[in-house]
Design a protein around this ligand. Structure first.
Ligand code: UDP
Length: 336
C-alpha cells in the first residue's frame, strides 16, 4: 500500500483587527500588515483618525473600515470574533487634547481597553496594546527601562490623566494575562513621527514642519533644552509587526522607539535648515503654550535592549531623514 499523500493547505492569511486604525500610527500599521498578506479590519470613530489616512489601502482585497467606537461592546465583540489578533491603538491622543478634554481622555482610554480585552478573552485572541512613554511620567531615570518606577504628578493637574489612564490600561491588560491567560503584549511607543501625523493635537515635529514651510515662527516651548527621541513611523510599525509574531513577547511590556536624543531647540534649528526656511525661532513660555499649569518632561529616552532582544533590531532611521520625510509629506497638496 502506498503512503497516504499529505496535502499541505496554503497558509491562511491572518486577520488583524486594528482599533484606531485610521489614525497616524494605525494607518501605517494597516499598510504594513496588508503588504505582508494579512487581512485587516480597522475600527475607528474618525474623531482624530481620518479616512484619508487609509487612502492607500481603501478598496484593497482583505481591507475593511468600520466606523464606530472601540467603547461599543457589541461592535468590538463582532469584529474581534473575526480576528486572529487585535492591535488596540484606539485612544484619546496628544497632550493638547488631554489638557482640554480630560473627561473624554480618561473615559475613552479606560473604557475602550476594558471592552477590547473583554472581547478578546472570549477566544483568547492575542492583543497588542499600544501604550506610551508618557507612563514614565516625570521619572528622571533615563534611559527608561520597562520595569522602572513611574512617577506621575498631582491629580489636580489633568496633564497626568493621560499617563495614568494608559498606566491603568497596562495594569488591566497584564491582569487579563495573569488571571485569564489572555496573550497580551504591551508596546510603549516613544514619540513616533512621520508622514500623515498632524500637528493639530500639539505634536512638535509636524508643527515645526508646517511653521517652517509657511515662513511662520517655530514655537519652542520653554527654553528648548528638553529632549525627546523621535522614531520614524516606518521603523515603528516594522517593530510592532515583528512583536506580533513573537510568542516570547506575550505578557511583556516593551519600549518601542528610537534612542537618538535631541533637544527641542535643536530640533527647531534642524527643521528650519532642512526646509531652507527663513522662519525665526520663537521661545514661548509654557504658561502661554498650554491651558493650565503644565509640567513638561525634561528628558525622555527609551532603553531598547528588550526590544532588540525580542525582535533582533531597533528603529534606525536617522533624525535628519525623518525630518526630510515629514517636510516632503507636508509639501504635498493633500497635506493638512
Ligand atoms: N513642543 C514645542 N513646541 C510645539 C509643540 C511642542 O516646543 O509647538 C514641545 C513640548 O513642550 C515637548 C516636546 O516639544 O517638550 C514634545 O512635545 P509633543 O507634544 O510632540 O510630545 P510629548 O513628548 O510631549 O508627548
Amino acid at each position: 500500500m502506498g503512503r497516504e499523500k499529505v496535502i499541505l493547505a496554503p497558509p491562511m492569511p491572518r486577520t488583524t483587527l486594528i482599533t484606531g486604525g485610521a489614525g497616524f500610527l494605525g494607518s501605517h500599521l494597516a499598510e504594513r500588515l496588508l503588504a505582508a498578506g494579512d487581512a485587516v479590519l480597522v475600527l475607528d470613530d474618525l474623531s482624530t483618525g481620518r479616512r484619508s489616512n487609509l487612502a492607500a489601502v481603501d478598496g484593497r482585497p482583505g481591507f475593511e473600515l468600520h466606523v464606530g467606537s472601540a467603547t461599543d461592546p457589541a461592535l468590538v465583540r463582532e469584529l474581534t470574533a473575526r480576528a486572529d489578533v487585535v492591535c488596540h491603538l484606539a485612544a484619546a491622543v496628544g497632550v493638547k487634547l488631554i489638557v482640554e478634554q480630560p473627561v473624554h481622555t480618561i473615559v475613552t482610554n479606560v473604557d475602550a481597553t476594558r471592552v477590547v480585552l473583554d472581547a478578546a478573552s472570549e477566544r483568547e485572541t492575542p492583543v497588542l496594546f499600544a501604550s506610551t512613554s508618557e507612563v514614565y511620567g516625570k521619572s528622571e531615570a533615563v534611559p527608561f527601562r520597562e520595569d522602572a518606577d513611574v512617577s506621575l504628578g498631582a491629580t489636580t493637574r489633568s496633564r497626568w490623566s493621560y499617563a495614568c489612564s494608559k498606566a491603568l490600561d497596562e495594569w488591566l491588560a497584564l491582569a487579563y494575562h495573569a488571571e485569564r491567560g489572555l496573550p497580551v503584549t504591551i508596546a510603549r511607543f516613544f514619540n513616533v513621527v512621520g508622514p500623515r501625523q498632524t500637528g493639530r493635537y500639539g505634536m512638535v515635529l509636524p508643527t515645526f514642519a508646517r511653521q517652517a514651510l509657511r515662513g511662520a515662527p517655530l514655537t519652542v516651548y520653554g527654553d528648548g533644552t528638553q529632549t525627546r527621541c523621535f522614531a520614524h513611523v516606518r521603523d515603528v510599525v516594522e517593530a510592532a509587526a515583528h512583536l506580533l509574531d513573537r510568542p516570547d513577547a506575550v505578557g511583556q511590556v516593551v519600549n518601542v522607539g528610537s534612542d537618538e536624543e535631541v533637544a527641542i531647540g535643536e530640533l527647531a534649528e534642524r527643521v528650519r535648515a532642512a526646509a531652507a526656511s527663513a522662519s525665526e525661532i520663537l521661545h514661548v513660555p509654557y504658561a502661554e503654550a498650554y491651558a493650565e499649569g503644565f509640567e513638561d518632561m525634561q528628558r525622555r529616552v527609551p532603553d531598547l535592549a528588550k526590544l532588540e532582544r525580542l525582535i533582533g533590531f531597533r528603529p534606525v532611521t536617522p533624525l535628519d531623514e525623518t525630518i526630510r520625510d515629514v517636510l516632503e509629506a507636508q509639501r504635498s497638496p493633500s497635506a493638512v
